[in-house]
Design a protein around this ligand. Sequence first.
Ligand code: GRF
Length: 208
Amino acid sequence: MNSAGRIAVLASGRGSNFEALCTSDLGGASVVLLASDNPSSGAMLKARRLGVESIPFDPGPGRSRVSPEAEKSLADLLVSKSVDLVCLAGFMRVLGGALLESFAGRILNIHPSLLPAFPGLHAQAQAVAHGVKVSGCTVHYVDSGTDTGPIVLQAAVPVLGSDTADSLAERILQEEHRILPEAVRLHLGCRIRIDGRIVKSRIPDGPA
Ligand code: GRF
């Protein structure tokens, strides 16, 4: 199913998932805006190179959250830009208020582990330290918790005996670049719906 859709990406760092979204087939949708809490992030540089509008914003004084005022301004901005879907792609802060209200069920996050294992920071290092044999990545809808929202897609990646956090992260990243655009296509193509904390496919034999 084809769908026009306007996507905003929030990113704090390197921006490879942002770039994957910009360069992937999103079924007719496109990335119209990058907002970053880090004006000198790689994501901001990539946005300028790719010709995507980029807006730095001040998240306020907290280290891991966005202040209520900043979140309200951001939500107002995204509403004013007629954004349909928000993607958190390496956005290192927890949302708690206005954005979740304005975009309920319309915010996706990519996380580098098979949730609910290893939420939070340094997920790949957590996986290596724990000795799991399989890790991977997860796209989920965002709620007010840390990496707790309904799961849309996951991809498994074997953990090798020789892996460091960095080598595992590199292989997981390849899968992130694949499943985040796929989740966007599923969402904007109206091929999934959220039922409690379960994301259900609207098509027979679709993802569980
Ligand atoms: C990715 O591993 C993502 O899953 C995590 O932070 C990293 C961001 O990478 N949340 P990039 O900025 O998209 O390259």
